[in-house]
Design a protein around this ligand. Sequence first.
Ligand code: NAD
Ligand code: UDP
Ligand code: UDP
Length: 343
Amino acid sequence: LEKKLAYIEKQTPRRFPFVNNLNHKSKKRILVTGGAGFVGSHLVDKLMMSGHEVTVVDNFFTGSKRNVEQWVGHENFELIHQDIVTPLFVEVDEIYHLASPASPPHYMYNSVKTIKTNTIGTINMLGLAKRVGAKILIASTSEVYGDPEVHPQPETYWGHVNPIGPRACYDEGKRVAETLSYAYAKQDRVSVRVARIFNTYGPRMHVDDGRVVSNFILQALRNETLTVYGRGNQTRSFQYVSDLVEGLVTLMASNFTQPVNLGNPVEYTISEFASIIRAIVGNNNPIKSVDGIEDDPQRRKPDITRAKIHLKWTPKVPLREGLIRTIAHFRGVLEKSKLTLSL
Ligand code: NAD
Ligand code: UDP
Ligand code: UDP
């Protein structure tokens, strides 16, 4: 029987999601660093479905093979298990450079490593882009604005970052990544794109991500108290992942080389946000204020005029709709883990 089953499995072609059939001229070889992570894996889905050849390089620090398992075995897909702090030699046309932990507990876990990833890792990717003549898009962040004194934040604002605080490894790492990009652009004519990404959420966020969206959803689903850090009047603006992916692809294809904010400008206080999640999950868990955290940016909202004008891009998914999809994802993950535990 085993032999028979093995034979049947061999004969049945693997089913992949639908992939567009691109002609040779339009098909690109694309590298996605950090492609097994939350944002990276959604970007990989989009690029693969468009019909491109996609190589993912990831060290699986916060990402997971499961996020890209739908493509393993596809002739257009390749997965390289490697740390980008070591040089990488591949031949590609475009690079989306996303490798870096993004959640504060993750990037603070090994702050020296976070700095190495964003500096040495970025030098390697720019060196690669220079050697092969590839376009490179750097995933920067709203954290380059630090705890902003200008509101909302336009790209022309230089920021207010504590260079020796607990968030510095990430904030300054990304600021150097931007500096490196424009130095390589000027000196070596590397074609760079810089996306300043604001808080993004959606399915495939890590369960232990530690950021506010996954924390509140999991607490609500597990009937626990929702923990608001500090008084809860600090604000954030939340973007659904498909809007971000659309923005990244549009930015890469554009001729615009200055930094561009990609985020949803609808702003909420963290207390309001806790109530919204609780209401969608449909329970009445307590919301509690716990100790605030050091250097927590007090207000954050993107000015997206640049993206609107130069990319004709605006985010489309309303918060409620995005949260419903994300909550459904986390419900599924929790149910699966219950099932595994009871086996
Ligand atoms: P994530 O942690 O889910 O993904 C990061 C990926 O990079 C993971 O797969 C991880 O394993 C990989 N990685 C980390 N260090 C690496 C290294 N040294 N070598 C190879 N791979 C490495 O985070 P995310 O939310 O998907 O963020 C992706 C990118 O977008 C990051 O650069 C992040 O700074 C940026 N960003 C994200 C947000 C957000 O809200 N999600 C906001 C601003 C910026
Ligand atoms: N690099 C890489 N892959 C390549 C080309 C370069 O990883 O295909 C790395 C290389 O190891 C170097 C870095 O990118 O450390 C910067 O390259 P660059 O050419 O700017 O610097 P140089 O090699 O002249 O020091
Ligand atoms: N936050 C919170 N409770 C949590 C996690 C985060 O109140 O369980 C707050 C945090 O203090 C910050 C905001 O939510 O003001 C967003 O935090 P997150 O870690 O998601 O991302 P940040 O924008 O700070 O990088």
